[in-house]
Design a binder for this molecule. Structure first.
Ligand code: ATP
Length: 366
């Protein structure tokens, strides 16, 4: 049996707003799960229901086989790290770390041992006497994580814990949290709206939108096998390019251009979509420069509108017959603004979606 089980979980707030719909998920012991999605999609609400801070309106929630819907936050064996750190400002780092253990009446010697061991894992040994105000944002965040891990609970919940840090600190803390997770082996649920955090930290990602789970999978599965337009566009940076067009005579028409769909779809599928609309997707990083002749790829002609040199690559903002797209190229191949730019999208890197349902249409395995 899975360690955490969320079965048909729903949240309807007292004002009638249905924030989470039929959320189903089983989490194994030791997994690092990330809930990701845009603002308002219901990730924090779901986390707070797991924590016991929010009543579950409908559905069943189990931890280690025990029904937990009616259990209070303290009875669930859960520690939570919030975005705001929630440190005690008048207490030293040592006392902040020791606080929950002191409350439990644990022996001073054991507390000291645990505080020192936790500080060691988090690189806080030299700061134990300081008050939070004398720490950097990253160090404060580490104390907040330390307060959670010192309790040796079964489940850690983290709600956007890195959002108050600058970009560089976020990258450092990201790998630190992953390493702490590896060291403690604790089951962790982590909420973020940042797909990069989700991709780099998670064993499995839960993508949410408007209160519904869109897809659950490993970072690899979500990137290479998105189930719909939303997931395809949400995972990956810059996002996937989408072109809407219609199917006529086995071809995909958009603007003045057309593409032979038999290169990527089975004949039966093409027939089914005759006269209907599809969405053609490709990732900015899947393109290559082309001289116009390709045997394993579609060729696109575009006009360069803007380029952004990022160092390891250049983002090219290009117009394909009226459709805006972003392409990633080697910085040495950066094209000139207003020049025409011909590129190829390998058939194996193409995604096709149903325009109406927005669900993926499986392509031929290349
Ligand atoms: P964010 O990243 O902005 O925190 P989120 O995905 O965590 O977003 P939630 O905080 O779970 O989103 O909120 C989900 C939806 O529920 C939102 O539309 C929000 O306005 C609504 N909501 C949250 N709390 C309440 C409440 N107490 N009463 C009514 N609606 C609420």
């Amino acid at each position: 049996m899975s360690y955490l089980i969320l079965k048909d979980i729903n949240k309807i707030y007292p004002n009638g707003f249905h924030a989470v719909h039929n959320f189903n998920l089983e989490i194994e012991k030791g997994e690092f799960i990330v809930f990701v999605g845009p603002s308002g999609c219901g990730k924090s609400t779901t986390l707070r229901m797991i924590a016991g801070l929010e009543q579950i309106t409908k559905g069943d929630f189990y931890i280690d086989g025990e029904y937990c819907n009616d259990k209070g936050p303290r009875e669930r064996g859960i520690a939570m790290v919030f975005q705001s750190y929630a440190l005690y400002p008048h207490m030293s780092v040592y006392d902040n770390l020791a606080f929950s253990l002191t409350l439990q009446g644990i022996d001073e010697d054991i507390i000291e041992e645990k505080v020192k061991a936790t500080a060691e894992i988090l690189g806080l040994t030299d700061y134990l006497d300081r008050k939070p105000r004398a720490l950097s944002g990253g160090q404060r965040q580490r104390v907040a994580v330390g307060r959670a891990i010192i309790r040796k609970v079964g489940v850690f919940l983290m709600d956007e814990p890195l959002s108050n840090l600058d970009a560089k600190q976020r990258v450092t803390m990201r790998s630190e949290i992953t390493q702490i997770h590896r060291a403690t082996g604790a089951t962790t649920i982590y909420v973020t709206h940042d797909q990069t955090e989700a991709m780099t930290m998670a064993d499995r990602i839960v993508v949410m939108k408007d209160g519904y789970i869109q897809q659950v999978g490993t970072p690899y599965e979500l990137y290479f096998k998105p189930v719909n337009v939303f997931v395809a566009g949400f995972i990956g940076e810059p996002p996937m390019n989408f072109i809407t067009g219609s199917v006529e005579g086995g071809k995909f028409y958009f603007g003045e251009e057309n593409l032979d769909l038999s290169k990527v779809l089975d004949a039966e599928v093409i027939k089914k979509y005759e006269g209907k609309e599809m969405v053609f997707g490709f990732r900015p990083e899947s393109i290559r420069l082309s001289d116009g002749e390709e045997s394993d790829a579609y060729v696109f002609n575009s006009t360069v509108e803007l380029t952004e040199l990022l160092g390891d690559n250049t983002n090219v903002y290009a117009d394909i017959d009226g459709i805006k797209s972003i392409l990633k190229v080697n910085p040495h191949d950066t094209p000139k603004i207003d020049s025409s730019f011909t590129f190829a999208v390998p058939y194996k890197s193409v995604y096709i979606f149903d325009k109406e349902t927005e669900e993926v249409i499986p392509t031929i395995e290349q």
